[in-house]
Design a protein around this ligand. Structure first.
Ligand code: GTP
Ligand code: MG
Length: 193
C-alpha cells in the first residue's frame, strides 16, 4: 500500500466534532509513550504528521488523519499516563469509550504494545474491551529494534499469552526506528477496511 496523501483532519474532544462518517476508520491505541505517534508518522511516511513527544501523554483528543481519501487513522490518547489526574483520566476513558461503542465506520483497533515488555494491565483491559465489543484487533509489537533476535519469538508468545490473544486477530512486529513491519501493518489494516 502506498500513501500518497496523509493529512491531519481535525481533533475532537466530543462526539459532535467527529468528522462525517463517510470513510472507514482504524483507531490506534496504546499506553502513553509506547510509540503511537511515531508509528503513525512511519506508516504514512510523514515525519511530522503526528507529533512525537519527549514528554509522554501529550495527545489529549481524538486526532483524525485522512489517508489517500480512502480511510482515516484515529490517534487516541495514550492510556495509563500517571501524571494526569483521575478526573482527566476519567474523561479520556469516556471519550474513547463513546468512540469505540458508537462509531459505526470503525473497522478495527490497532493496539500498540511494547515488544520488550509484558503487556500492562491497561493493555490487557484495552484488548478485553475490544473483544467485548467485537472490534477486530491488530496487536502491534513496536520497538522491535530493541530486541535481540532470540527474543522475537519468545516475546511474541509471551505477549499473546498475557493478552489471551484471539487467533482470529492479527499480530504485527514493528519498529519505527528500523522501519520494519510497515507493509505488514498496512496489509492488516486493509484486510479490515
Ligand atoms: P504519547 O502520545 O505522548 O502518549 O506517546 P506516543 O505513544 O505517541 O509515543 P511517541 O511516538 O511520542 O514515542 C515515545 C518515545 O518512544 C520517543 O522517544 C520515540 O523516539 C520512542 N520510539 C518510538 N517508536 C520507537 C521504535 O520503534 N523504537 C525505538 N527504539 N524507540 C521508539
Ligand atoms: Mg502521541
Amino acid at each position: 500500500y502506498k500513501v500518497n496523501k496523509a493529512q491531519f483532519v481535525l481533533c475532537a474532544a466530543w462526539k459532535s466534532q467527529w468528522p462525517e462518517n463517510d470513510l472507514p476508520e482504524i483507531c490506534l491505541a496504546g499506553r502513553s509513550n509506547v510509540g503511537k505517534s511515531s508509528l503513525i508518522n512511519t506508516i504514512t511516511n510523514h515525519s511530522k504528521l503526528a507529533k512525537v513527544s519527549g514528554t509522554p501523554g501529550k495527545t489529549r483528543t481524538l486526532n483524525f488523519f485522512n489517508i489517500n481519501d480512502e480511510l482515516r487513522l484515529v490517534d487516541v490518547p495514550g492510556y495509563g499516563y500517571a501524571k494526569v489526574n483521575d478526573k482527566i483520566k476519567e474523561s479520556f476513558g469516556d471519550m474513547i469509550d463513546t468512540y469505540l461503542r458508537e462509531r459505526d465506520v470503525l473497522k478495527g483497533l490497532v493496539l500498540i504494545v511494547d515488544y520488550r515488555h509484558k503487556p500492562t494491565r491497561d493493555d490487557i483491559e484495552m484488548y478485553e474491551y475490544a473483544k467485548y465489543y467485537e472490534i477486530p484487533v491488530i496487536v502491534v509489537a513496536t520497538k522491535e529494534d530493541k530486541l535481540k533476535r532470540n527474543d522475537l519469538k519468545k516475546n511474541e508468545k509471551m505477549i499473546k499469552q498475557v493478552l489471551d490473544f484471539d487467533e482470529n486477530d492479527q499480530f504485527v512486529r514493528f519498529s519505527s526506528f528500523n522501519k520494519t513491519g510497515i507493509q505488514e501493518l498496512w496489509d492488516a489494516i486493509l484486510k479490515l477496511c
